[in-house]
Design a protein around this ligand. Structure first.
Ligand code: ZN
Length: 185
């Protein structure tokens, strides 16, 4: 099963030993932020009888940029028959533990026999929780080998509320002078 020298490693090469060891799901920990929530998630899954492995999300190679966002919750589900329960547990956790956050990012990969479903959702915890719960349903809709779902629930920024009477430029509400022409509001 080892990759031959010079060939590109496949994600399956990495996952197979965990799958063979009977691991149900891998929970990825953010490398830069102390993260007690993923430990809580792991505990909840183990209490339901799942075998969970926690791994740290690999840092980018030296000289490559760090990703702008590390997901608050990232998991790889190796046993697809457990996906419904695991995603429901994750959804409940988001609503209980992350409820004060304005924005969370969750990344889920489900490894099926011959394909992956990869989902990423971003936004308020409630909506993200609802979105990830439908991932197993998407699997049944499409026969594609790789399904990627991205859901962005970010609220649009409120527009600037003050327009200059002289030049019409849009200015922030709290500004005393127009940024464009200098007119006093
Ligand atoms: Zn102006």
């Amino acid at each position: 099963m080892a990759s031959e020298a010079g060939s590109n490693p496949s994600p399956v090469d990495f996952i197979k030993p965990f799958k063979d060891a009977g691991v149900t799901t891998i929970v990825w920990k953010t490398p830069r932020i102390p993260d007690s929530h993923s430990e809580e998630f792991t505990k909840r899954l183990e209490a339901k009888g799942f075998k969970v492995q926690t791994l740290i999300i690999p840092e980018p190679p030296q000289g490559y940029p760090v990703p702008p966002v590390y997901p608050e919750l990232a998991l790889t589900i190796l046993n697809p028959s457990a996906a419904d329960t695991i995603l429901k547990t994750a959804s409940d956790l988001l609503q209980e533990v992350y409820h004060e956050r304005k924005n969370v990012t969750v990344k889920v990969d489900v490894v099926l026999d011959r394909r992956f479903i990869s989902g990423e959702a971003n936004g308020v915890p409630l909506e993200v929780g609802e979105t990830i719960r439908i991932i197993p349903k998407i699997e049944k809709l499409s026969p594609s080998n790789l399904i990627i779902m991205v859901a962005d629930h970010k609220q649009p920024e409120p527009p600037p509320a003050k327009f200059c009477s002289k030049c019409g430029a849009a200015n922030p509400v709290q500004s005393a002078y127009c940024y464009k022409c200098g007119e006093k509001h």
